[in-house]
Design a protein. Sequence first.
Length: 239
Amino acid sequence: MKLASVVVLGTSLAFGIAAGCSGDDETAGPSSSSSSSSTGGSTTGSGGAGGTGAGEAGGMGGAGGVAMPFTSQGSSSYEAQTSIAADDQGGMVAAWIAFFDDDTTAIGYAVTRDGGTSWTAPRYVAAPDGRRSSNPTVAVNGAGQFALSWIGFRLGGTVPDEHVYLAFLEGADDAFVTPLVASDDGTADTLDFDKPSLAVDAVGDFLLTWADFTATPALTFARTSDGSSFDRHSFAGDM
């Protein structure tokens, strides 16, 4: 099976099956929001004001999925920074940063279980407590469990307030429902993190890494099998 490709179409991202792959790596939306139309029907967002809650956009291209090529344009006005993971049973998850007209962000995602012939309409999972979301990474283990990691942060504060989150694809509707705090216990509001990355080891555990600039710059590593607990280690940089 060929991997899914990601192509930038104006302010949207298109997904399809192709031999090559290209994508955008933006971390901030445009100064003025714009939107592009999607073929096959209109989109209607859900999941709260601005569309940033866990929810989905209205279906495009018929019930049960979106015919290829699928664009990420749901209730968001701009999308960027994509990640894709695939299992060996035709399942794939694509994730991206979704920017909304109310100046909020969430992580948008879509799922296919038929090798990319059809995709679910865009859905969104947001960082808790009104934080903005960025740097999504998707991975899947040998058991077919998909996981999504990203960073949540606040803008305009005097000190950083950042956490790394992990969510698992759950249920018959294939949704990332519950963001788990992977980086810490979730109580601190002075943490300064950057660029989380997600991988899988030989036994199916999920491995996260991220940069920690809270004090002495360090690389932090966390391992988890199911998100119920995280084994964390930090490696300080040379000064």
